[in-house]
Design a protein around this ligand. Structure first.
Ligand SMILES: *Cc1c(COP(=O)(O)O)cnc(C)c1O
Length: 406
């Protein structure tokens, strides 16, 4: 398609730096869509892929299994909240959301609740670009508005109020009437816990996640938490739901799972969900990706989880957070800035107008930083390995990009 702003050609990437064809070096403030948490060409991650390549790149995952997948799912079960003991490996975040929705539908059929075919969500969410995922994403802001007539209809509760400690009484009151209206036909509620990512970098109270857990239990729904953006430390805890102390029935992970190396995601679930799915007429989960459990992706994901532990990812994220807090503070003084917020290794400047994206990206590139703003948001999600100086440069670039939009 015609685009007046052609993409930059990247010829190599190392550490947190992208090198362009013309020799320009840019710090990657996006971690390649929030995935490359250890930076590029990490020797340990490179080695994990090379080593796996010596045995096999791929074999089908139906009737066959292999150590890289077994090893990875063991680790995921250990790392995620207790009770999530079963893992379905998917090839992208969106596919893991499709799988989670199917788990819920088959679970309900297995429980004799076949009339429960509706999903419930909150406004402002983003769960991916495939049709099931689109149907539970924000109906207006979710980039999918033109497909509305084709999508399954979802019940949307209002977007929860902003801030970790916001009062949610009014939100609960408004949501309760919608819940009462639809409770009997809902199969599952799906949300991104605490931080809505591509739907607007919106931080909301963990108490909302607790309330949704209570509603799910009271009404016989499953609770699906989409941790594809928030998982593996990004928001300051290993999983964002830990702030709420909630264990979901199904949890999706992706993005940083493979350290940004290869496409991989997973839908984890409880034994109760597995039993429900097994009791459905199909007897098994009706999904089987061709490249399921790709050994190269599994091997690098396990190596990435090793690094998260060894490098104390949560301490690194806290350090990045401190750098973002101080580095973004000057944006608060800009007249057209509505809000400046950080959560873990996420730093956001929200304007009172749409960002002029090419202009803002150019302003950041002028300071040697790659960002990709959207809507009214200029933000960074630095790799956890970024030094204090690199975080300061990324934050300064965000402020400059915000300034460029007057
Ligand atoms: C990115 C994202 C997805 C979709 O993942 P893909 O790998 O791009 O398909 C789903 N949910 C959330 C919260 C995401 O951030």
């Amino acid at each position: 398609m015609h685009d007046p702003n052609p993409p930059h050609q990247v010829v190599s990437a190392s550490g947190v730096t992208l090198t362009l064809a013309d020799g320009t070096e840019l710090l990657d403030g996006m971690s390649s869509w929030w995935a490359a948490v250890h930076g590029y060409r990490h020797p340990r991650l490179d080695a994990a892929v090379m080593k796996q390549l010596d045995s096999m790149a791929h074999v089908m995952f139906g009737g066959l299994t292999h150590e890289p997948a077994v090893e990875l799912v063991r680790r995921l079960v250990d790392l995620t909240p207790a009770g999530l003991d079963h893992v379905f490996l998917a090839d992208s975040g969106s596919v893991s959301v499709e799988v989670a929705l199917k788990m819920a539908l088959q679970y309900q059929r297995g429980r004799g609740q076949a009339q429960r075919t509706t999903m419930l969500s909150i406004r402002g969410g983003y769960h991916g670009d495939t049709f099931g995922a689109m149907s539970v994403s924000d109906p207006v802001g979710g980039m999918h508005e033109m497909f509305t007539d084709t999508l399954a209809s979802t019940v949307f509760l209002p977007r929860p109020p902003a801030g970790l400690d916001a009062d949610i009484d009014a939100w609960i009151a408004e949501s309760t009437s919608l819940v009462e209206q639809h409770a009997d036909r809902v199969a599952a509620v799906i949300v991104e816990p605490v931080l809505q990512g591509a739907g607007g970098m919106h931080v909301y109270p963990p108490a909302v996640v607790r309330w949704l857990r209570e509603q799910a239990d009271a009404h016989g729904w499953l609770l699906i938490l989409d941790e594809i953006a928030t998982g593996f430390g990004r928001t300051g805890t290993m999983f964002a739901t830990e702030r709420a102390g909630v264990v979901p029935d199904v949890m999706c992970v992706g993005k940083a799972l493979s350290g940004g190396y290869l496409t991989l995601a997973a839908a984890l679930c409880t034994s109760d969900v597995v039993e429900g799915v097994e009791a459905s007429e199909a007897g098994a989960l009706m999904h089987g990706p061709t490249y399921m459990g790709n050994p190269l992706a599994c091997a690098v994901a396990s190596a990435s989880l090793d690094l998260l532990g060894e490098n104390d990812a949560l301490a690194a994220v806290a350090r990045v957070n401190a750098g973002l807090e101080s580095g973004l503070a000057p944006a608060r003084d800009l007249g057209h800035v509505l809000d400046v917020r950080t959560l873990g290794a996420v730093g956001v400047v929200q304007l009172d107008r749409p960002v002029d994206i090419p202009v803002a990206a150019r302003a950041a590139a002028g300071l040697g930083v790659w960002i990709r703003p959207f809507r009214d948001l200029v933000y960074v999600m630095p790799p956890y390995v970024s030094t204090d100086d690199e975080v300061a440069r990324m934050a300064a670039a965000v402020v400059a990009a915000a300034q460029s939009c007057v």
